[in-house]
Design a binder for this molecule. Structure first.
Ligand SMILES: O=c1ccn([C@H]2C[C@H](O)[C@@H](COP(=O)(O)OP(=O)(O)OP(=O)(O)O)O2)c(=O)[nH]1
Length: 174
């Protein structure tokens, strides 16, 4: 079951969902629209390696915007800190953004119960597209889980701004 906009509002008010900053104007019939944060990062190597940390640099998105080039992955984040111990957040683009060929995640839309922080967005552009800080870029939905709840205790907990992949840690832990 997916929460309706009014139910998201009720759960934010009751403390079961955290969205900060929160603005009732951003409620949709069954989702909440989130903003693009101010920072964006990209890997500087052409070929990425799952077995090691990949060099990554972070920049501020200028107020006049910046153009995302196709065939690259950019990591940005939500301005909002989002999380819940009770519902499963799932993110996706707003339709208006998708209509420009801009992906806001690269096959990773699922947020764990108990995960809190600014969500890292994996931006991917079908063709060049100019983005701006604070753009209303995506929406988060909240789903009712079935079964015992185990809270997230992973490597991206408490993220602040775009976080590069830490997949090499999984290989190191094998
Ligand atoms: O597009 C996304 C997807 C997930 N997350 C955050 C929230 C999520 O709870 C956490 C971990 O996601 P996932 O479990 O898919 O990643 P993982 O690579 O398996 O990390 P971990 O080992 O920490 O579970 O990363 C994002 O910021 N952006």
């Amino acid at each position: 079951m997916i929460l309706t906009g009014p139910e998201i509002a009720a759960q934010v008010k009751g403390g079961a969902i955290q969205i900060a900053p929160y603005d009732e104007q951003r409620l949709q019939p069954n989702s909440y629209d989130f903003h693009l944060g101010e920072r964006i990062g990209w890997y500087t190597d052409e070929v990425l390696d799952c077995a090691r940390e990949n060099p990554f640099e972070v920049h501020t998105i200028p107020s006049e915007g910046m153009v995302l080039e196709p065939d690259r992955i950019y990591l940005a984040s939500t301005r909002e800190r989002i999380g819940s111990d009770y519902y499963v957040p799932i993110i996706r683009a707003r339709s208006s953004i998708a209509r420009l060929g801009l992906f806001v995640h690269c096959t990773a839309d699922l947020i764990d119960i108990g995960s809190y922080g600014q969500l890292t967005l994996q931006l991917h552009a079908v063709q060049g597209v100019r983005i701006y800080p604070g753009l209303l870029i995506g929406q988060v939905t909240f789903w009712v889980p079935l079964g015992d709840i185990v809270l997230y205790d992973g490597k991206y907990q408490g993220s602040d701004g775009p976080q590069p992949s830490l997949v090499h840690r999984d290989l190191e832990a094998r």
